[in-house]
Design a protein around this ligand. Structure first.
Ligand code: GLU
Length: 445
């Protein structure tokens, strides 16, 4: 029998821009859904109303659309408060919620003392031991409670799709705070309520959530939901092993997009980075889906190499048809120009540079005026075609005795004003005879 189709989710908080670390979760969940004929849910985790903004949410949606990661279902946590209230009531009735009154400072102090005594900084459940009179006194003194989930101090065991069997002693965890002093629910519970009520079958996220998962498994059970299957993938680090540099913003989807990175380059990289499979430039999402296997993701930190991403991106650009390139660029491209330059482009947008070089006046770079002027005289009659460059440079070589770089560099510089670029044999016909002669003579043509 076929296993039921999975339902997975990507649950970003709109408190910042998406970066490589978060979109790894988006890409992996999306591919997992597609690979297994399942559904991908986008959930906006905006319970942190101070830091969440509509602009960040719009940015997240735009980034996912740009990456081609379409969602089958959408939810926003700020619209589901009634559901969280109901879940909280359920936990209260079951005796799994208790009030605590420590301030952040007091909690810090407790943790410091525990560490100093060589003990793990696990919450001591002082709130649980308060008498009614003590609670009343605290409240009379102006304290408002936050609420913790009473964990069962058992071992929580699950078969992680990436990490294998996980076994966490719940006694080593602090009872998580589910409700803040102001009454608002926190991620630990909202996420479980949503995953449970939205029938999420697989929770696939970074390994920084392993401890959360242990507590959340108990919450799924306490709320009467089926416990999903978990998979925790390794986090992305910089090429030198340092944590992903988020501070300068260079790892956001926006920044990579502005650098001219192709969306499929990111999808390609993140679909295989950290697996035993080679990273390939997949031109389509279907190609990335084929062969995608969560079980091949390893536990070692996945190293991000910017150069690798740029290479994937360039490979994808080289493979675009002129129609695809024009559509992506949002402007028409001369097919002959595209054929001439595509194999040389690092970024799609650079096609515009070459479009200008062949069709607009260029101030030539002349290194040896006598040489390029004489070369102009040797340019074969008639409009250049793809054969012309070979015939012409042979003649120039025969007469000047120059070869290799000494021969080609001054011609390229005069004709394009660039040190490097696409093959001249393809560019020369696009530049045309009149402009070529002018530029060789040192004129802006
Ligand atoms: N909003 C959470 C985060 O961005 C979601 C984590 C999860 O996948 O459960 O970290």
């Amino acid at each position: 029998m076929q296993p039921p189709a999975p339902r997975v989710r990507f649950a970003p908080s709109p408190t910042g821009e998406l970066h490589l670390g978060n979109i790894k979760a988006a890409v992996i969940n999306w591919l997992f859904a597609r690979a297994h004929g399942g559904q991908f849910v986008l959930r906006i985790d905006d319970t942190d109303t101070e830091r969440s903004t509509a602009a960040f949410e719009a940015g997240i949606l735009g980034d996912l659309e740009w990456l081609g990661l379409h969602w089958d279902d959408f939810a926003r946590q700020s619209e589901r408060n009634a559901r969280y209230d109901a879940a909280v009531q359920h936990l209260r009735d079951a005796g799994r919620l208790y009030a605590c009154y420590e301030t952040p400072d007091e909690l810090n102090r407790k943790r410091g003392l525990q560490r100093a005594a060589g003990r793990p900084p696990v919450y001591d459940r002082a709130g649980l031991k308060l008498t009614d009179a003590e609670r009343a006194a605290l409240e009379a003194g102006g304290r408002r409670p936050h609420w913790r989930f009473l964990l069962n101090q058992t071992r929580v065991v699950w078969d992680d799709l990436v990490r294998g069997t996980q076994d966490v002693d719940a006694a080593s965890l602090s009872d998580p705070v589910l409700i803040r002093e102001d009454g608002r629910p926190l991620y630990t519970i909202t996420s479980v309520v949503d995953d449970g009520e939205m029938a999420i079958s697989h929770v696939i996220r970074g390994e920084d959530h392993v401890a959360n998962s242990a507590a959340q498994i108990q919450l799924f059970e306490a709320l009467g939901h089926a416990v999903p299957t978990f998979g925790h993938f390794a986090l992305i680090v910089e090429a030198d092993g340092a944590p992903l540099s988020k501070r300068d913003g260079s790892r956001t989807v926006q920044a990579l997009r502005e650098q001219g990175i192709e969306p499929m380059a990111l999808v390609s990289l993140l679909s295989r980075l950290g697996t035993a499979q080679p990273v390939e430039a997949f031109a389509t999402h279907d190609a990335a889906v084929a062969g995608f296997d969560l079980a091949t993701f390893g536990r070692a930190a996945a190293r991000f190499d910017e150069r690798e991403l740029q290479k994937l991106s360039a490979t994808l650009v080289h493979g675009l048809s002129v129609e695809q390139a024009a559509e992506r660029l949002g402007a028409p491209i001369d097919p002959a120009l595209w054929e001439a330059v595509r194999g040389n482009l690092e970024q799609l947008r650079d096609v515009a540079i070459w479009q200008d070089i062949v069709s607009k006046p260029v101030e030539p770079v002349i290194e040896d005026a006598a040489f390029t002027r004489r070369a102009a005289e040797l340019l074969p009659e008639g409009e250049p075609d793809p054969e012309t460059w070979g015939i012409w440079t042979k003649a120039v070589r025969a007469e000047s005795g120059r070869k290799g770089r000494d021969l080609f560099r001054p011609l390229r510089l005069a004709l394009t004003a660039q040190e490097h670029g696409p093959e001249m044999k393809a560019l020369l016909p696009l530049i045309g005879r009149t402009r070529a002669l002018g530029r060789l003579r040192g004129e802006t043509a």
